[in-house]
Ligand binder design. Sequence first.
Ligand code: HEC
Length: 119
Amino acid sequence: MKQFFIVAAISSTVLLLSNCGPSKKAGTAAVPVPKMTYETNLQAVIADKCAPCHIPSKGGNKRPYDNFANVKSDIDEIIRRIELNPTDRGFMPFRKPAKLSDSTITLFKQWRTDGLLEK
Ligand code: HEC
């Protein structure tokens, strides 16, 4: 009988402690990471890295990526190409000797994960 009480005491302690878990997690989630948007996170990077070829106002005559709609509809192809190596056929940015930095590539991927928001 005594053993039963000990076991009961231990299990209720474990239950109590495990209940502390979710409230802690909720506390962490209360600081939301803002989702990436085309206007805030991508527009300037694309204007910098994909110019002039994809920016009509800079004389580009390739598919325009100065607008949300095209970047959104082509995002899978964009990510595929910027993840290629410079020697691979189809690599972007075209004819540049090096890939975009990992953090820039992550930006495109995170934007896709966040739901392809405009602003
Ligand atoms: C120096 C010029 C140049 C730069 C800079 C450049 N591109 Fe390109 N891009 C091209 C050319 C030329 C093509 C067409 C040939 C091809 O499809 O490989 C193209 C095609 C593409 C396509 C396929 C478009 C289609 O019509 O299907 C994507 C996607 C793309 N580029 C993404 C990018 C991204 C993203 C950047 C910036 C990180 C970039 N490019 C930078 C010249 C460039």
